[in-house]
Design a protein around this ligand. Structure first.
Ligand SMILES: Cc1cc2nc3c(=O)[nH]c(=O)nc-3n(C[C@H](O)[C@H](O)[C@H](O)COP(=O)(O)O)c2cc1C
Length: 344
């Protein structure tokens, strides 16, 4: 239904308008009597064999929604109805910010890809925490993806991550430190060894001082070299991380079917979707091999089919996340993957 009727309509709209249109209508529809049951009947596939425990949390299934789609946690109840095992909200910054000027989200349909330079547009940590406190579904696990405000210099970045962490700590089940978005100037420099250790140590110190510390993960870019990935593993050990999210969007533009002039006209941003699949899997496999399977990995990047999901799990991911595949394939992708997993 989504691919035949809904997607052609949505793809006629500007990409960001389509996003808001979908969110508004899902929210409105979910208030109608019977809508939850209908959505659940259409999309929500459950099976006891899908459950898995990762970093001490019990997931109903391994298929999650990647950060960036429900940045402000407005749709977690509806997303739970669609069968996701977990939803990562954010990236949330301590203070609200508007993000980059529009247009900032672009489709490359020939490549089943997106390019975005949203720039952490979000309502701020306090507003998001208050919204999460009001959610109905308490079974769905929530990840809190945190970042720094654009106008905070990198020297003070750790303060922002700590502030966002503190604001959300009661409301989320695990945390992801995002230093891998290409759309906040200078953010990726925080992936370097020294600033990254400092940042993670500060957040982890606050976390471990709490009565119930949350699993703390780091989200990394697919554009890191092998030696940078080795550094990440060393830092993860040193700062007692519970896992990694691999990967964020890429700044690479190689091998696209979309004409180079069209891609160039889009400009800067992170590329996601099918063209990212192989590199994201390579990064997961590398991390899994080098850590001898000792560090759980949430795999993301170009999962558009059950086969793509199985590939990520075979490479060593313990859980997977969807974003661009969900936009191109629709909500049926979640149950398609989960059905395939019961067969595996
Ligand atoms: C429009 C858009 C916005 C995103 N925003 C965020 C974000 O705020 N924080 C983050 O960690 N990742 C963000 N991502 C990255 C995704 O979470 C995911 O890591 C990446 O898109 C690769 O998965 P995919 O190929 O399935 O889309 C965003 C991706 C897209 C397409």
């Amino acid at each position: 239904m989504y691919k035949q009727f809904v997607k052609p309509l949505l793809f006629k709209l500007d990409a960001e308008r389509a996003h808001h249109f979908t969110f508004d209508n899902l929210k409105r529809a979910s208030r109608l009597p019977g809508a939850g049951a209908l959505l659940r009947g259409l999309y929500n596939y459950q099976h006891p064999s899908l459950a898995r425990e990762v970093f001490g949390l019990k997931f109903a299934n391994a298929v999650g929604l990647a950060a960036g789609l429900d940045k402000n946690a407005v749709l977690t109840d509806e997303l739970a109805t669609m069968g996701f095992g977990f939803v990562e909200i954010g990236t949330v910054t301590p203070r609200p910010q508007p993000g980059n000027p529009q247009p900032r989200l672009f489709r490359l349909p020939q490549d089943e890809a997106l390019i975005n330079r949203m720039g952490f547009n979000n309502d701020g940590a306090a507003a998001v925490a208050a919204r999460l406190a009001r959610r109905q579904n308490r079974q769905l696990l929530i990840g809190g993806n945190i970042g720094k405000n654009k106008d905070t210099p990198n020297e003070r970045a750790a303060d922002d991550y700590v502030a966002a962490f503190e604001a959300l700590a009661e409301q989320v089940d695990y945390f992801v430190v995002n230093v891998s978005s290409p759309n906040t100037p200078g953010l990726r420099e925080l992936q370097d060894k020294k600033p990254l250790i400092n940042l993670l140590q500060q957040v982890q110190a606050r976390n471990l001082a709490r009565p119930a510390p949350r699993p703390l993960l780091l989200k990394i870019a697919p554009d890191l070299t092998d030696s940078q990935l080795d550094d990440i593993l060393e830092i993860a050990r040193e700062t007692q991380l519970s896992g990694l999210v691999a990967t964020n969007t890429t700044i690479e533009r190689g091998g696209l079917a979309t004409p180079a002039a069209t891609v160039a006209a889009v400009g800067a941003g992170g590329l996601s979707g099918r063209p990212l699949r192989a590199r994201a899997t390579e990064v997961i496999a590398y991390l899994h091999r080098r850590s001898q399977g000792g560090l759980p990995i949430i795999g993301a990047g170009g999962i558009h089919s059950a086969e793509d999901a199985l590939e990520k799990l075979a490479a060593g991911a313990s859980l997977i996340q969807l974003y661009t595949g969900f936009v191109y394939e629709g909500p049926a992708l979640v149950s398609r993957i989960n059905r395939a997993l019961t067969k595996g």
